[in-house]
Design a protein around this ligand. Structure first.
Ligand SMILES: Cc1ncc(C[n+]2csc(CCOP(=O)(O)OP(=O)(O)O)c2C)c(N)n1
Length: 358
């Protein structure tokens, strides 16, 4: 299977693991090729290549609803949902959008641009599904950065209470646009680094993988019981479990096989679930892995060196003028406070922070 032949997610349903991994490489090449020529959001999409392939392999979009938070990480989704041929028009006048757009594709069930919207939207889709007597799946994909926004907690609160069948994918790359900060980010780090839980999980997974197919399915229930008991002893993800949302993870978000296994499992799980997936922002492009903030959104660049192609205008940017002016004012008046929407570089407040908050 070649990426250019993928006209819809149906086309990847019968791919072998090897083919899926090959598609992952082609998707990365295509995205890097396009963004290096015309600019765009890069690092977030590169981080979710395997995750998006696994989601479209396991779930049945557009009947199943896949809701992407913000929408800046959806280039992979676009390539797998019939927009490969138009991908060269991405963000060009008359071309396809850099975000999800409902009137662009039936696979874009929700369009945003604002962070933190996906769980609320997915919950809405789940309630509407039940209301209409349908049984499609609903998935929200939210980054750890977007998970720090207030609306996500409203949605988690309601999801836990309403017991709707839905899956939340927490795409944890430790980054918002800048490195993620705050209590929730620290909490996720503690979950990830719990050595006892990680050992228990890998031991259980190893046992499961050794079981032959039929036996494996017979032992699945037992496995779930053992895992639940072990989880209760070690308690990763208790924050979510206490809200009434079943927690799975942490999972390697670049291992397609592991992703497919866990997504198949949560698909049949009643009630709301959260799958904690660990990914690397900028994965597959050296310069973006080293500097994911710079490559969150970027202009044209040389893929070899990562250096910008166009030297840029001699005029200072609006962002830098804003930052410099605010710095000048804040130096004179300590009542001036800068608040950033988790993007200090993007709004010029890094200029202020560097000098006034060393
Ligand atoms: C309400 C709101 N605040 C801030 C932003 C700016 N913004 C765009 S993406 C993003 C967060 C990106 O982090 P994450 O959700 O972890 O996704 P990642 O890019 O790491 O995959 C932010 C803060 C926004 N789009 N909407």
């Amino acid at each position: 299977m070649d990426l250019k032949d993928v006209k819809s997610p149906q086309d990847i349903k019968h791919c072998s693991l090897e083919e899926l991994n090959r598609l992952a490489s082609q998707v990365r090449e295509t995205i890097i090729g396009q963004v290096s020529k015309h600019g765009g959001h890069l690092a977030s999409s590169l981080g979710v290549v395997e995750l998006t392939l696994a989601l479209h392999y396991v779930f049945n979009a557009p009947e199943d609803k896949i809701v992407w938070d913000v929408g800046h990480q959806a280039y992979v989704h676009k390539l797998l949902t019939g927009r490969y041929d138009r991908f060269g028009t991405l963000r060009q006048p008359g071309g396809i959008s850099g975000f999800l757009k409902r009137n662009e594709s039936e696979y874009d069930c929700f369009g945003a641009g604002h962070a933190t919207t996906s769980i609320s939207a997915a919950l809405g889709f789940a309630v509407a599904r039940n209301h209409q007597g349908r049984n499609n799946n609903v998935v929200a994909v939210i980054g750890d950065g977007s998970m720090t926004g207030g609306m996500a907690y409203e949605a988690l609160n309601n999801a836990g209470l309403s017991k709707q069948n839905m899956t939340i994918i927490l795409n944890d790359n430790k980054m918002s646009i800048a490195p993620n900060v705050g209590g929730f980010s620290k909490y996720l780090n503690r979950v990830i680094s719990d050595p006892m839980y990680n050992k228990m999980r890998s031991d259980l997974d190893r046992v499961m993988k050794r079981l032959p197919g039929v036996l494996g399915s017979r032992f699945r229930d037992l496995f779930l019981q053992v895992e639940t008991a072990a989880k209760n002893a070690v308690k990763p993800g208790t924050f979510f479990e206490d809200l009434g949302i079943r927690y799975f993870g942490p999972i390697d978000g670049h291992d397609i096989n592991e992703l497919i296994m866990i997504l198949e499992r949560v698909k049949s799980q009643p009630g709301p679930c959260i799958v904690h997936v660990l990914t690397e922002k900028g994965r597959g492009l050296d310069a973006a892995e080293k500097n994911p903030t710079k490559f969150h959104g970027c202009g044209p660049f040389d893929p070899e060196s990562g250096l910008p192609l166009a030297p840029g205008s001699k005029c200072p940017s609006l962002t830098s003028v804003f930052g410099e002016t605010l710095l000048e004012l804040a130096k004179k008046d300590n009542r001036i406070i800068g608040i950033t929407a988790a993007m200090p570089t993007g709004c010029g407040l890094d200029i202020v922070a560097k000098q006034l908050c060393p």
